[in-house]
Design a protein around this ligand. Structure first.
Ligand SMILES: C[S@@+](CC[C@H](N)C(=O)[O-])C[C@H]1O[C@@H](n2cnc3c(N)ncnc32)[C@H](O)[C@@H]1O
Length: 352
């Protein structure tokens, strides 16, 4: 909505919604956790406050305060029989898969830490991370999160890449690679999917030691210990190196974990390990490549997770920003594929 069309009274209402946004968020968490949304959804033609309190074993006071703010926030409505029903917004908050993954991630990983956003920006450091553990970056702590935090982090992480792996594999295997380096292999999902897709390919997963051990154990569990191996690295160390010999170096949702200078360093190290035939694939969700404002909004909000919780200096980038970094690292773009799933782009690069 443009500045001109919004009336002052509406603008004030929006400003107050932001002022009280944490209340609306936490009320939503409670409405979900206490089973109130499910109960309302499953009641034919809605339910009264008394019925909801009885059905969920929550006090009338508790149900009442949650539903009052939920009604003002358009999460529920009161119908002509004076019963509560979910609105469309309420339905999505309760049952939409993407919203669900985002809510769990924001509550279990980001909520407490976000309080430290201002200090994170001032200090260029993820000051909110101390709410989860005593690590320099969240990646050091991934294998040490509590089971619930672990579930929320990995569901969020996988949600935004798993569904495009199938499309991505078609692009990767058009090149008929014999050896792929999966940089930022995480749980090994992509490496395992490659080995399931093609019976000859070998994959070297490149990651921090904690994550690499998890990924190697998963590769073994899937029977691929002879085709998937690991290379331990900390890209933030002084002189990180990777072996030579990859036909394709694959990076999915990886470079957004680093600052621009760090990205140039990582890409330069990769360029050094490449010959004139090897290719480097970068798969990302770029903010300037989204068809829908909703997707751009999610990515820009996710940048603040990187600021406060992940490392303090990375973000979700624009593709236009990556063009400069690729060039600086001694690479050039050979293909720019913009239709991977709904939100992803693959940039294919070669050594200059
Ligand atoms: C967001 S995950 C990428 C996940 C996966 N490639 C995907 O598409 O779902 C980032 C990965 O980068 C790894 N990583 C982060 N910082 C690192 C560092 N300093 N050195 C090596 N790997 C790092 C993490 O351990 C994690 O596996």
């Amino acid at each position: 909505m443009s500045k001109k069309t919004m009336r002052a009274v509406e603008a004030l209402q929006e400003a107050q919604k932001i002022a009280f946004a944490p209340y609306i968020f936490q009320a939503t968490i409670s409405l979900r956790k206490l089973g109130i949304m499910d109960f309302i959804f499953n009641s034919k033609n809605g339910a009264t406050l008394k019925e909801i309190a009885l059905g969920t074993s929550v006090s009338e006071y508790g149900v009442g305060v949650l539903l009052e703010i939920a009604e003002s926030s358009d999460i529920v409505l009161i119908n002509k029989d004076s019963k509560y029903e979910l609105t469309k917004i309420g339905y999505f908050l309760a049952f939409d898969n993407t919203v669900n993954v985002n809510i769990n991630f924001n509550n279990d990983i980001c909520y407490k830490g976000l309080y430290h956003l201002n200090d994170s920006i001032l200090n260029g450091k993820a000051e909110g991370l101390k709410e989860l553990g005593n690590w320099d970056t969240i990646y050091e702590g991934l294998s040490k999160l509590t089971p619930q935090q672990n579930k929320s982090w990995f569901e969020f992480d996988h949600y935004y890449s798993d569904y495009v792996f199938k499309d991505a594999l078609e692009v990767v295997f058009k090149r008929n690679p014999k050896l792929i380096f999966d940089v930022g292999a995480n749980t090994g999902k992509f490496a395992i999917t490659c080995c399931e897709f093609n019976e000859d390919v070998k994959v070297k997963m490149v990651d921090l030691s904690g994550q690499l051990n998890v990924a190697l154990a998963n590769a073994k569990k899937n029977g691929f210990e002879n085709r998937i191996e690991g290379h331990e690295i900390d890209w933030l160390s002084e002189n990180p190196q990777i072996p030579t010999g990859a036909d394709i170096i694959w990076m999915s949702q990886f470079l957004d974990c680093f600052s621009k200078d760090e990205i140039v360093k990582i890409l330069s190290v990769c360029a050094n390990s490449m010959d004139k035939n090897s290719e480097l694939f970068i798969m990302e969700t770029f903010t300037d490549r989204q068809k829908f404002d909703n997707a751009k909004f999610i990515l820009e909000a996710t940048s603040l997770y990187f600021t406060t919780m992940a490392n303090g200096n990375s973000k979700m980038y624009k593709a236009s920003e990556f063009m400069t970094l690729i060039d600086k690292a001694g690479l050039y773009l050979v293909e720019d594929i913009n239709q991977i799933g709904e939100n992803h782009t693959i940039l294919i690069c070669k050594k200059k």
